[in-house]
Design a protein around this ligand. Structure first.
Ligand SMILES: [Zn+2]
Length: 142
């Protein structure tokens, strides 16, 4: 006895088809839903795809574990990077689609950018606002 792997019905005659990169033995009516199975192509490609992301995921985790904090000198870093670009708070705010008033407050240090905003600043200004926790502590001591 053999059963269709998709609908579960008993199937005297079965076909091998590929659905979402997985090979199924299915009945004739279900075989219409998948692509015909060709041994040389699909399974190896699927295997390679699955194997590849593992190392990168591990690397990302290590990166996360490395304690990164906002550089205590962020007001100066933002200000200097903005001046270098020769743009005003308003212009930079327009570019970033953010309020110029927030940028002013970051530069005076009266407000700390949250992670999302800081990352945005890093991208727009080409600076690094995050440093390792130990480096930040060293800076604060000075
Ligand atoms: Zn079926």
């Amino acid at each position: 006895m053999s059963y269709c792997e998709l609908c579960g019905k008993h199937a005297a005659e079965k076909k091998m088809v590929v659905v979402d990169g997985t090979v199924f033995k299915v009945c004739m009516s279900c075989s219409k839903h998948g692509k015909p199975y060709t041994p040389s192509q699909v399974p190896t490609a699927a295997k390679k795809k699955k194997a590849a992301p593992a190392p990168t995921q591990r690397q990302a985790k290590i990166g996360m574990a490395d304690d990164l904090v906002l550089d205590p000198e962020f007001p100066r870093l933002i200000r200097e990077a903005r001046m270098k670009k020769g743009v005003t708070h308003e212009q930079l705010g327009m570019q970033m689609n953010e309020k110029a008033n927030l940028l002013r407050r970051f530069e005076t240090g009266s407000l700390k950018p949250d992670e999302l905003f800081a990352k945005k600043l890093e991208r727009h200004l080409g600076i690094k606002l995050y440093v390792s926790a130990s480096a930040a502590a060293e800076k604060e001591e000075k």
